[in-house]
Design a protein around this ligand. Structure first.
Ligand SMILES: CC(=O)N[C@@H](CC(=O)O)C(=O)NC[C@H](CC1(C(=O)N[C@@H](Cc2ccc(O)cc2)C(=O)O)CCCC1)C(=O)O
Ligand SMILES: [Zn+2]
Length: 593
């Protein structure tokens, strides 16, 4: 007997198609608002009560998506416009919400919620009475301490308090997530995540970009290694050439700009770190966001709306409640309510983070009139690049001088090198980290890395790509990937690697549009509404077109291109090549103890 082939007649009436889309957008907006509100309440007050409400709303949202995706298959896309075809495709492409087995879906959502809670409430006891969280305490120690052993205790303590606690949840998550996306025809979760780029050669493209940029990282790594050897003594540095993972000013060694005072090539010249001046001028968290908002407005972009100022959380609440301190930007899907949650500390790092988060909000605002299916970045890297592109202008000595956070701008070549070094310690240092996180996860989702090898393979990638190594032997009970927010929070990460490349393309494009002629690293598009218009023309598209269309609107061409980044840092790389000579590189494998 033939399997019951449903010979359903596809609906091809144009009015019926428009009615479906209108109904979807209306209902999706309301249900998404409910879920976002509940998730916000939970993230800003991590109680079981709030978790249960959030999980209940999540299930309702998943079931709505399943129903809409199922109904959408009843329509004949061959009679539709390209735009409507694209909407229907996205409406059907519902990811892990596709899991129709309610028990499995609830278990998957519970595991994800629990992993993020474990991370966000983890604490390290510095002594028998003082146990402190990552934000701001451990972050501050990792940034400011130069005590090798204290840094080691905090680094190990954090991994024990976070990653170890979720070790057994992760394999279960992987299995349930893969099973869900396989219902949509994806081979595994990594394939589903990569499909957001709509680029068949995406993995090769990012590998190509990484290989192009690797020489810049090798030069920076060699310079920093030599400087740190002088500080900590060469005993702690193995012959393999790796740097201990805990002495780079950051819990994950992903950005090294907290070491600028020790690493500045010309210590007698300014380092352009504005933290002290911000404190001297009594900057508050609110003033940081007002300053960011005024830059966006100077470009003619949309100002932060009243709800943003009334409902955002700009500081860790003082009432002792547990919250998710990891910064984030929220779109409540009603065209009016947009918020940032950030446990802001008054320093230059959080000043930049505020611009990064506001970049997300500006994107939300610019595409608010798009149908819900199109309210997303042209690709996930675009969403991450908006705020950072603005920050490339904001961080210039010229701009910091213009807003009174620097008493002087750059007056000579040495200061210029110091500035490029401070930017390289954030942008070049990040590249291998931004690349490797999802190399690990894509392999885990594919089954190329099994649970018994999770931690070993994590460190093989960290040793190989970052040229760092774990300062204490790792045990089979460790789960160091879980010590990095985006793993328990289930955020794809390659979007940041893409962003760190394309933000320099965007910066160059906007500087060209503004008629700027000087070196790229000194360009500040402040007050330039012509550049602002080019940016908003791209942002308004949201995800309504494939990202090469958005890239062409911004840069005149359709590809990711590392050249603007390499041009930006050229003077520094020349300096480093002279400084480093032949003392560069490291063995691919981790050093043995
Ligand atoms: C509702 C919701 O969750 N929304 C999403 C946004 C969206 O998808 O709409 C969101 O808010 N994600 C949070 C995440 C926070 C930050 C982050 O995690 N950054 C990476 C990498 C990095 C490092 C340096 C840098 O300059 C830029 C990025 C890290 O710190 O490792 C913390 C500091 C900066 C950005 C973010 O904003 O991307
Ligand atoms: Zn972001």
């Amino acid at each position: 007997v033939l399997a019951g082939v449903s010979s359903q007649v596809l609906i091809n009436d144009s009015q019926a198609i428009q009615d479906f889309l209108l109904d979807y957008n209306t209902r999706a907006g309301l249900i998404a608002y409910d879920l976002t509100e509940a998730t916000w309440n939970f993230n800003t007050n991590l109680t079981d009560y709030n978790q249960n409400i959030t999980l209940d709303k999540q299930l309702k949202w998943d079931q709505f998506l399943q129903e809409a995706a199922s109904n959408a298959t009843g329509y004949d896309t061959s009679v539709m416009s390209e735009a409507d075809k694209r909407q229907f495709h996205i409406i059907k492409d519902i990811g892990i919400s596709a899991q129709t087995n309610e028990t499995k879906l609830k278990r998957l959502n519970k595991i994800l919620s629990d992993m993020e809670s474990i991370y966000s409430t983890a604490k390290v006891c510095l002594n028998s009475t003082n146990c402190v969280p990552l934000d701001p305490d451990l972050t501050k120690i990792m940034a400011e301490s130069r005590d090798y052993q204290l840094l080691l205790d905090v680094w190990k303590g954090w991994s024990d308090a976070s990653g170890r606690k979720m070790k057994d949840l992760y394999p279960e998550y992987v299995e349930l997530s893969n099973e869900a996306v396989q219902l949509l025809g994806y081979t595994d979760t990594g394939a589903y995540w990569r499909s957001k780029y709509e680029t068949p050669t995406f993995e090769e493209d990012v590998l190509g970009l990484y290989n192009q940029l690797r020489p810049l990282y090798e030069q920076l790594h060699a310079y920093v290694r030599r400087k740190l050897k002088a500080i900590y003594g060469s005993d702690n540095f193995p012959a393999s050439g790796h740097i201990p993972a805990h002495i780079l000013g950051n819990m994950w060694a992903q950005e090294w700009d907290n070491l600028i005072k020790e690493l500045s090539p010309y210590p007698k010249k300014p380092t352009f770190d504005v933290t002290d001046e911000m404190i001297r001028q009594n900057y508050t968290a609110l003033k940081i966001f007002q300053t960011a908002d005024s830059f966006f407005q100077s470009l003619g972009l949309i100002p932060m709306p009243p709800e943003f100022w009334n409902k955002s959380v700009f500081e860790r609440p003082a009432d002792g409640r547990e919250i998710v301190c990891h910064a984030s930007a929220w779109d409540f899907n009603n065209g009016k309510d947009f918020r940032i949650k950030q446990c802001t500390v008054v320093n230059s790092k959080d000043f930049n983070t505020a611009h990064h988060e506001m970049g997300h909000i500006e994107y939300f605002l610019q595409y608010a009139n798009q149908p819900i299916a199109f309210r997303d970045g042209a690709n996930p890297g675009f969403h991450e690049a908006v705020g950072d592109t603005i920050s490339l202008s904001v961080n210039t000595p010229e701009h910091m001088y213009a807003i009174g956070l620097l008493k002087e701008s750059i007056e000579d070549k040495k200061s210029d090198i110091n500035y490029l070094m401070s930017m390289a310690l954030e942008k070049i240092a990040f590249l291998p980290f931004g690349y490797l996180i999802d190399q690990w996860r894509w392999k885990v989702f594919r089954g190329d890395i099994t649970p018994d090898k999770y931690n070993e393979e994590w460190w093989n990638l960290r040793c190989r790509y970052q040229g760092i190594f774990p300062p204490v032997a790792r045990s089979s009970d460790d789960f160091d990937p879980g010590a990095k927010y985006h793993i328990p929070a289930n955020y794809p990460y390659i979007s940041y690697f893409v962003s760190f490349v394309i933000q320099f393309q965007f910066h160059k494009a906007l500087c060209d549009e503004a008629g700027y002629k000087g070196p790229l690293h000194r360009c500040d598009i402040y007050n330039n509404t012509k550049a602002g218009k080019k940016l908003s023309d791209m942002l308004q598209l949201g995800r309504s077109q494939p990202w090469p269309v958005a890239m062409k609107i911004m840069t005149g061409q359709t590809k990711m291109d590392a050249q603007p980044l390499m041009d930006y840092f050229k003077p520094l790389i020349n300096f480093l090549k002279k400084e480093n000579g032949e003392d560069i590189g490291w063995q691919p494998n981790c050093p043995s103890y």
